[in-house]
Design a protein around this ligand. Structure first.
Ligand code: AMP
Ligand code: MG
Length: 339
């Protein structure tokens, strides 16, 4: 199959790919997604094939506005509308009870479905043109860092999808926040562009799923099957070094071996001369760190590094999402730098 790259004016053509049961790379504000008609189980099955994704890892249904929620969900609590009002279109996925018309292929057989209205206007226009909800996970090969620009998505999906729409680089850079509204209190399953603090301001107390901050033990059942998989990982092993930038830099300099790579806050780049270094943004700029984190992880796959050391922001605000992606890339191999 030849993969076409469509510019963002080609809304009708992109919608037609979806309607015909094809696979379409879609730009969103979070990361690039790998979309198909969410009501067509055969098309959805092709997403799993193209990514090499385990069958039990459910997808998110993307809709152009909150008034599509009733088509696919039931027993929708008022909090869903309050959150949609405040954060949609935007990087928030709500887990709700599904209606039977949502195929098992999308939900991996769960009786719930993840729903999101993305902020990228081109993708909303494509979904509206297609007239179907778009099932999509991130557009990477399963296990690899998510793509945040069209070149990264092509690297994984060239020849495997019908087309990718180039909507420019992603403005958020990490996947959507996932909030399970079928539990009381609501539970954060994945931190993302909408922060825990922002959610709590709208719905009150939110529980944080254990899998966000630590590796589940073999005998622990994750809330969603996808939460158990190794994720976002470059080929070389990663060690996350927690602590403020200066302390982490000292720790890394002490432990760094020849040929090791470093992901660090911009201020510390000169300390690692002679090593492959990826700046992740200034220490105080978590939004830039979120935009950069996947590209930084991806970069090392083109280098012969044998180990990657990564600085890590504090786990508050957007830092919770950035730290979660780094920790998962490291398989939760985390050390604490002393003061
Ligand atoms: P991705 O954005 O590539 O990580 O793929 C979609 C994510 O949404 C996966 O991590 C799933 O675990 C999560 N997800 C989708 N549907 C559900 C659901 N019904 N319950 C819990 N998590 C879900
Ligand atoms: Mg993904």
């Amino acid at each position: 199959m030849r993969t076409k790259v469509l510019d963002e004016t080609r809304i009708e053509e992109a919608g037609a790919v979806l309607r015909a049961g094809g696979l379409l790379g879609i730009p969103t504000e979070t990361v690039y997604g790998l979309g198909a008609d969410g009501l067509n189980p055969e098309a959805v099955a092709h997403i799993f094939q193209a990514k090499g994704r385990p069958q039990d890892n459910p997808l998110i249904l993307h809709i152009p506005s909150a008034d599509w929620l009733e088509r696919y969900c039931e027993e929708i609590p008022p909090e869903a509308y309050a959150l949609a009002e405040r954060f949609w279109p935007g990087p928030l996925t709500l887990i709700l009870k599904r209606k039977v018309l949502v195929p098992d292929a999308v939900t991996a057989g769960l009786d719930t479905v993840g729903m999101r209205c993305p902020a990228h206007p081109v993708t909303r226009a494509i979904i509206a043109a297609a007239g179907v909800p778009v099932a999509a996970p991130s557009g990477n090969t399963s296990g690899r860092p998510s793509p945040t620009n069209v070149a990264d998505m092509l690297e994984d999906m060239d020849g495997k999808v019908d087309a990718i729409v180039d909507g420019g680089p992603c403005s958020v850079g990490v996947e959507s926040t996932i909030l399970d509204l079928t539990l009381t209190p609501p539970r954060l399953l994945r931190p993302g562009g909408v922060t825990l603090e922002q959610l709590e301001a709208v719905v009150g107390s939110v529980a944080v799923d254990k899998a966000v901050r630590q590796l589940l033990r073999g005998d622990e059942q994750p809330r969603a099957p996808g939460m158990k998989y190794r994720h976002y990982a470059p080929k070389a092993p990663v060690t996350v070094v927690k602590g403020d930038g200066a302390a982490a830099a000292r720790y890394i300099r002490r432990h760094l071996a020849d040929g090791d790579g470093v992901i660090c806050f911009n201020e510390f780049v000169p300390l690692f001369e002679g090593h492959p270094v990826e700046p992740m943004g200034p220490e105080a700029d978590q939004a830039e760190q979120a935009r950069r984190v996947f590209d930084a992880l991806r970069y090392f796959d083109g280098t012969p590094v044998s180990h990657i050391w990564a600085m890590c922001p504090e786990e508050s605000g957007l830092g919770l999402a950035v730290a979660n992606r780094l920790n998962k890339a490291a398989g939760f191999h985390i050390v604490q730098a002393g003061k």
